[in-house]
Design a protein around this ligand. Structure first.
Ligand SMILES: NC(=O)c1ccc[n+]([C@@H]2O[C@H](COP(=O)([O-])OP(=O)(O)OC[C@H]3O[C@@H](n4cnc5c(N)ncnc54)[C@H](O)[C@@H]3O)[C@@H](O)[C@H]2O)c1
Length: 255
C-alpha cells in the first residue's frame, strides 16, 4: 500500500504544467495540501483541477527569481494550510544558448530561475520547516549538470550549481531533520520539452519513438519524476539525504 502523506503541506514551484504539475498531482493524491507556485497564471487552472478532484490546493503567482516572491509563497503556504513540510524546487528555464550567442541577460535569467530561486526559497522555507520539526526539500536538477551540450552551457552550469547547493544544504540542515535530495530527470515528455522539440521539427510521437532506443525502452514521463519525489519525501527514505537520483531510463549510463 502506498504510504499516505496526509497532514503535510507542499510548495511546488513551476507546478502550472509539465513535471511540476505531475508532482503537485501525485502529492495531492497522497493527501498533501499543495501550493502551486508558478510565474504563469495558468497555475490557477492547475490548482482548480486538483480541487475539483477533491484535493487541497491553492495557487500563488511566484517568480522564483524574486526573493521577495518566494518569501511570500512560503508565508502563503503557512497561512493557507497551517504549515509547510515539503518544498519542491522544480521551476526551471532550459533556454538554449551557445558560447557565441548567450547574452548576459539570458545567462542571468537562467541562473535566477534555476539557481538563485532554489537558494532563496530554501532560505525562506527553513524557518517554516523547522517550526514543523523538520521536513523535505527536493530539487530538480538535470543530466545536463554533468554532460556537455553545446547549446545548453548556461543551463548546465546552473544545474551543476544546484547539485552542489543540494548537497551543501543537506549537510547543513540534517541537524534540523530537514532532508535535501535532488532528482536528475533524463529526457522527459513535458509540455515545455514538447514545445522545444516542436521548434526542432520533432513531434511527441517522434520523441516517444526515440525513447524506444533508450536502455529501458521508453522516454521518461512527468509521472516518473513525481513518483520519485513521493518516495524521497516519505518515511521510506528517512535515512536518505544529499543524494542525486537519476530518473532517466538509463540514458545517463552511456554518456
Ligand atoms: N523535460 C525535460 O526533459 C527535463 C530534463 C531535465 C530537467 N528538467 C527540469 O525539470 C524542471 C521542469 O521542467 P519541465 O520540462 O516540466 O518544464 P515546463 O516548461 O513544461 O514547465 C516549467 C514550469 O516552470 C514555470 N516557470 C518557469 N520559470 C519560472 C519562474 N521564474 N518562476 C516560477 N515558475 C517558473 C513555467 O511557467 C512552467 O509552468 C525544470 O527545472 C527543468 O530544468 C526537465
Amino acid at each position: 500500500m502506498i504510504e499516505s502523506l496526509a497532514n503535510q503541506t507542499a510548495l511546488v514551484t513551476g507546478a502550472a504544467r509539465g513535471i511540476g504539475a505531475a508532482i503537485a498531482g501525485h502529492l495531492a493524491a497522497r493527501g498533501v495540501a499543495v501550493v502551486v507556485a508558478d510565474v504563469d497564471r495558468s497555475g490557477e487552472t492547475t490548482a482548480d483541477s486538483l480541487r475539483s478532484q477533491g484535493h487541497r490546493a491553492a495557487f500563488i503567482q511566484t517568480d522564483v527569481g524574486d526573493p521577495g516572491a518566494v518569501t511570500a509563497a512560503v508565508a502563503f503556504a503557512e497561512s493557507t494550510f497551517g504549515g509547510l513540510d515539503i518544498v519542491v524546487s522544480n521551476a526551471g528555464l532550459s533556454a538554449r544558448g551557445t558560447l557565441e550567442n548567450t547574452t548576459p541577460e539570458l545567462w542571468d535569467r537562467i541562473h535566477a530561475t534555476n539557481l538563485r530561486g532554489p537558494f532563496f526559497l530554501a532560505q525562506a522555507a527553513v524557518p517554516a520547516l523547522t517550526r514543523r520539526g523538520g521536513g523535505n526539500i527536493v530539487t530538480i536538477t538535470s543530466l545536463q549538470s554533468k554532460i556537455s551540450t553545446p547549446d545548453l552551457l548556461a543551463y548546465g552550469a546552473s544545474k551543476a550549481g544546484l547539485v552542489t547547493l543540494t548537497r551543501s544544504l543537506a549537510r547543513l540542515l540534517a541537524p534540523k531533520h530537514i532532508r535535501v535530495n535532488a532528482i536528475h530527470p533524463g529526457w522527459v515528455l513535458s509540455e515545455g520539452e514538447v514545445q522545444i522539440q516542436a521548434a526542432a521539427g520533432l513531434s511527441p510521437e517522434d520523441m516517444k519513438r526515440r525513447g524506444t532506443s533508450f536502455p529501458l525502452g521508453r522516454i521518461t514521463l512527468p509521472e516518473d519524476i513525481a513518483q520519485t519525489v513521493g518516495f524521497l519525501v516519505s518515511e521510506r527514505a528517512s535515512q536518505i539525504t544529499g543524494q542525486i537520483l537519476a530518473v532517466d531510463g538509463g540514458i545517463g549510463l552511456h554518456r
